[in-house]
Design a binder for this molecule. Structure first.
Ligand code: FE2
Ligand code: FE2
Length: 255
């Protein structure tokens, strides 16, 4: 099968096809990765927020709209989408870990390097192995319909990693609305914190972490874990860290 990276827009079903939309966003992710690797401090934090917002809304729309369609048209779709979901789980776990660090913290650079490598691997496996199966199994009309569904889901999806939420329906569908509201509020607070200093900055940071704890409580609900396959369950260390260490960075990490 031909990688979707090597096919024209027309061969992929036209500009509104889900395959064209996904490929375009992969390009945006790569551009942000390059900016991430070229910046530091608050500027790097800003790029990270933009990258997370793009990556996690993108992955959520893949898991709820595109992977079920691939499972319906491809005999090896279940195994292949599960493999990609494992990569998404690793990306979520790495990002959750990174979210608890500040610029200059030991180990932060290594986490960013690992995150970039994992994201680039995800893009290659999707474009070269998984998405050609959807091109073979669906006509242009279906690809455009999926493209519209994809865009709609992306615009309302959670923007942050939620490692304990199921990567498959129904758990991820149940979790979407409350986590999306919390994530998008946190994005605004974090941006406000970066733009200010002193008490306003620490107030915005504290409010963001309070919302993170609410998100952690939602993740602990069994309802949002329904549908999870054993291979994408978070590792014990992740559950322990993510569900019990949702606390603000300590003051000695603030500079
Ligand atoms: Fe992906
Ligand atoms: Fe993707």
């Amino acid at each position: 099968m031909t990688s979707i990276a090597d096919q024209t827009v027309e061969e992929l079903g036209g500009p509104s096809s889900v395959l064209v939309r996904m490929r375009r966003e992969h390009g945006e992710q790569e551009a942000l990765l390059q900016r991430l690797e070229a910046t530091s401090g608050d500027a790097q934090d800003e790029v990270l927020t933009r990258l997370w917002r793009l990556v996690f809304t993108h992955a959520y729309a893949e898991e709820t709209v595109v992977w079920p369609a691939i499972r319906a048209v491809s005999r090896d779709g279940d195994e292949l989408t599960l493999h990609i979901e494992q990569g998404h789980q690793k990306l979520s776990e790495l990002t959750a870990e990174l979210e608890r660090t500040r610029p200059g913290d030991p180990g932060r650079g290594e986490l960013i390097t690992e995150l970039a490598a994992e994201l680039r691997l995800d893009i290659r496996e999707e474009e070269d192995i998984l998405l050609p199966r959807l091109r073979e199994g669906a006509d242009d009309r279906r690809l455009r319909r999926l493209g519209r569904a994809w865009a709609l889901v992306r615009s309302t999806a959670p923007t942050r990693p939620h490692v304990a939420v199921s990567r498959r329906p129904p758990g991820n569908l149940i979790a979407a609305a409350p986590l999306s509201v919390l994530d998008r509020s946190r994005d605004r607070l974090d941006r406000a914190a970066r733009d200010r200093s002193g008490r306003v900055r620490s107030g915005a940071e504290a409010a963001s972490w309070a919302l993170a704890r609410v998100a952690g409580a939602i993740e602990r609900s069994r309802l949002v874990q329904v549908g999870e396959r054993a291979r994408t369950r978070p590792g014990r260390w992740t559950v322990h860290r993510w569900l019990t260490r949702n606390t603000p960075p300590t003051s000695d990490q603030s500079d």
